[in-house]
Write a protein that binds this ligand. Structure first.
Ligand code: GLN
Length: 303
């Protein structure tokens, strides 16, 4: 069914009828105190229109949604070589889990768990200065969203660095298996800054158009790469909540602990949702509900 403004508004209103908003990410001090009862949704359609409801012009920390963009940039740079270092299977574990890495000799299951994203960023860095790799990722995001008004919040990056013992552990473990080519501090510094990119839901929905293959999207990602990225978003984009997201929503999605979710309806729409309270998987609580409502209303599930 065609999406209308009234449908988006009804999703917004339904979200505000709930009592439980979940809790913002507590392990990144800059994000921990954000009031959870906030919501935004933006949808860019194949006809070029974008609809929105809620605080759709408020920038938020995209966190792991950035893994989609760094993966696109890395595939553009090193192509299929990346898969010698990272797998393409769901992990069934939390985003920051170390458990499979030991069992599988330092080859992360997929590019969306932290270990896999750290390897992906390491491949993008490949001997360059962190600021060059970051400029490439940020440049791609800006080109996809068709705006230069997208920035990295260095306070958020510093805040994560200060408490990032787990990601440091992952990076050093990868290094011990020969699956990190740069100094762990350089790769992690690049990774923390990439995660600290801030976008509004409207900018994020605009950026997703290339993945959705919408005709009006800038041609900055190869179609073959977009198809693969969407497949990984469907199977791995919500970590150990990926099966549930596929069940409830039926669309490729990528979440971040900032409370953002990018959802792709291939050929139909690019959707961005934000609400900073998280569920127990570390995915947006209200955002996941809203994605399910949108999918039910529109019939956009790919199944
Ligand atoms: N920067 C966060 C981290 O590495 C990203 C995690 C997430 O959004 N799931 O822990």
């Amino acid at each position: 069914m065609a999406l209308t403004q009234a449908m988006l508004q009804s999703i917004h209103d339904e979200v505000f009828r709930q009592d439980d908003w979940g809790k913002p990410a507590q392990y990144i001090p800059e994000l921990a105190t954000i009031p959870p009862d906030q919501f935004a949704i933006s949808v860019c359609l194949a006809d070029g229109h974008c609809l929105k409801a809620g605080v759709a012009d408020k920038p938020f920390s995209i966190q792991s949604v950035s893994k989609v963009f760094s993966l696109a940039a890395t595939l553009g740079r090193v192509g299929g070589q990346l898969w010698t270092r990272v797998g393409r299977e769901p992990s069934g574990t939390a985003f920051d889990s170390v458990v499979l890495l030991e069992k599988e000799q330092g080859r992360p299951r997929n590019p969306f768990v932290n270990a896999g994203a750290i390897v992906t960023t390491d491949a993008l860095l490949s001997g360059r200065e962190p600021k060059q790799a970051l400029a490439e990722t940020l440049g791609l995001v800006r080109a996809m969203a068709e705006t230069d008004q997208i920035y990295i919040n260095s306070k958020v990056a510093a805040s994560e660095k200060a408490t990032g013992a787990r990601n440091r552990a992952l990076a050093h473990y990868l290094q011990s298996h020969g699956n990190l080519t740069n100094d762990p501090d350089l790769t992690l510094g690049t990774y923390f800054h990439q995660c600290a990119i801030e976008m509004t839901t409207t900018q994020l929905a605009m950026a997703g158009r290339s993945l959705a293959g919408l005709e009006n999207a800038p041609k900055v990602i190869a179609r073959a790469h977009a198809r693969r990225i969407n497949a990984l978003m469907m199977t791995c984009g919500h970590y150990d909540g990926s099966g549930e997201f596929a069940f409830q929503v039926g669309l490729p999605g990528k979440s971040g602990v900032g409370g953002g979710i990018l959802v792709i309806a291939p050929g139909v729409a690019s959707i961005a949702i934000w609400s900073p309270g998280l569920n127990h998987y570390g995915n947006s609580h209200a955002g996941t509900r809203a994605a399910a409502m949108l999918s039910d209303m529109t019939g956009w599930s790919v199944f």
